[in-house]
Design a protein around this ligand. Structure first.
Ligand SMILES: [Zn+2]
Length: 76
């Protein structure tokens, strides 16, 4: 498979941190995804999409173990 954006064949599995925005909080979810090494495009399969949706749903219900690792800051 080649990247649909840049047509590079360099697509590899990589652990990335997906961001879920909860009001003013950002929650990082580590997931393994296919990522284009050339342009950074991320490819999500159905399983990963469902996994992330489920986590978001749980977080909105106040479930799930979270630890604080930094701050979210806004400039200006
Ligand atoms: Zn690409």
């Amino acid at each position: 498979m080649n990247c649909v954006i840049c047509h590079s064949p360099r697509i590899e599995v990589e652990e990335v941190k997906e961001e879920i925005l909860l009001d003013n909080d950002v929650v990082l979810i580590p997931v393994k995804l296919l990522v284009c090494k050339n342009c950074g495009e991320r490819y999500y399969d159905r399983k990963t999409m469902r996994f992330l949706e489920k986590i978001e749903e749980n977080l909105r219900k106040g479930e799930g173990h979270l630890k604080e690792i930094g701050k979210v800051l806004m400039y200006g």
